[in-house]
Design a protein around this ligand. Structure first.
Ligand code: NAD
Length: 345
């Protein structure tokens, strides 16, 4: 174990007062894990990050220093993941390692009796997702998945507007997902890593499963590596026949965009790229927001990540997964839907 922030002046009284807080360990502290650790320290009372593990020890040390500075708490950096799992101060873990390791890390966390917030996707393959879902079902751990759009105000408003019934039935959904740059992406990742967000939110919005997926290819950008066809268009049908088209561009260069239009019998409900819901109905198109695009998801979805972390900590306190979380069954269903698309590549 490496202690960090050695020179930090620690106020022992403060630490004692904070000892009631739920201890959280973070596995993988790249962009997302670092973000979760910092947001927990800054915005989520009743919790503290007590330990970190990352396969890259220098990344782990750097993030631990940053987090310690924010929380005024000296946290532990482990050389081995097993050490984090044996730490009794770690009551719950956040898994933010690369996608293909989620199922393994989640299984290990369950075996160590830890509660878990596992980043999306549940797994990179349907096989791994099914295997780990079985383990979770048999455990007593609280497990939530990091589909943070469920905590985003615009998506929540969209769902409640649809549920009023005043726009009639949903007929079609058009979604856009664009990243600025994705140097290591592959075409199958556009499904399992990117479209998995839309697969989840479509199921959540409509309360029905995705039953078929087609993938169509656009002219390829010169920015894409040799393993990546970019952009692509993913066309899905749900059980009741709603057509959902997810247009993905992993190397847009010009900005990060996540948008969704839900076309109903009586209107068009749009979540804009800057996160506003606007509704076109009765020949009226509301003014739509313009401005600077975000560079990535951390800016656009910051409030949703914080809401998700607060909900996770409240789940631990109430011993029950918060109602807004994607469950293990949701994670499995989204992975199955992505698998339908991967088979078409
Ligand atoms: N919910 C969201 O909006 C959202 C956004 C971005 C990423 N994610 C997910 O979060 C996860 C991490 O993504 P990221 O963008 O932070 O990636 P990243 O590459 O920035 O970070 C991954 C980190 O995991 C570490 N790592 C690699 N192997 C490991 C191992 N065996 N054990 C522990 N750590 C290991 C790496 O050293 C790195 O620091 C991915 O699964 C991704 O799909 C979710």
């Amino acid at each position: 174990m490496v202690k960090t922030a050695k020179n930090m002046k620690l106020n022992s009284k403060k630490i004692k007062a904070k000892s009631e807080k739920i201890g959280i360990g973070v596995i993988g502290v790249g962009t997302m894990g670092r973000g979760h650790a910092l947001y927990l320290s800054q915005y989520v009372k009743d919790s503290k990050v007590v330990a970190i593990y990352d396969a890259n020890i220098s990344v782990a040390n750097k993030v631990a220093k940053e987090v310690s500075k924010k929380s005024k708490f000296l946290l532990k950096v482990y050389n081995e993941l097993s050490q984090l799992f044996s730490d009794s101060e770690v009551q719950a873990v956040i898994i933010a390692s690369p996608d293909h390791l989620h199922a393994r890390h989640l299984g290990q966390a369950i075996n160590a009796n830890k509660h878990v917030l596992c980043e999306k996707p549940l797994a990179s393959t349907e096989k791994d997702a099914r295997k780990v879902a079985k383990l979770v079902r048999q455990s007593n751990s609280i497990v939530g998945l990091g589909f943070m759009r469920r905590f985003d105000q615009a998506y929540q408003k969209l769902k409640s507007e649809i549920n009023t019934g005043k726009y009639g039935k949903v007929l079609q959904i058009r979604a856009t997902s664009r990243n600025v740059s994705s140097p290591t992406a592959t075409t199958s990742m556009l499904l399992t890593n990117v479209a998995v967000h839309e697969m989840d939110i479509i199921r959540w919005l409509l309360g029905e499963e995705i039953v078929s997926v087609q993938v169509n290819f656009a002219k390829k950008t010169r920015k894409a590596n040799s393993y990546l066809s970019d952009p692509i268009s993913v066309n899905c049908h749900t059980e009741s026949g709603v057509l959902a088209t997810i247009d993905i561009f992993a190397n847009s260069t010009y900005g990060y965009e996540v948008a969704m239009e839900v076309i109903t019998e009586n209107g068009s409900l749009v979540i804009e790229n800057l996160g506003e819901l606007s509704i076109a109905k009765n020949f009226k198109l509301p003014a739509r927001k313009s401005g600077n695009l975000h560079k990535d998801w951390m800016g656009r979805f910051k409030p949703a990540y914080i809401a998700e972390l607060k909900a996770f900590v409240s789940s631990l306190k109430n011993k029950k997964l918060h109602k807004d979380f994607a469950t293990i069954e949701d994670g499995l269903a989204a992975s199955i839907a992505c698998g339908l698309g991967v088979k078409k590549l």
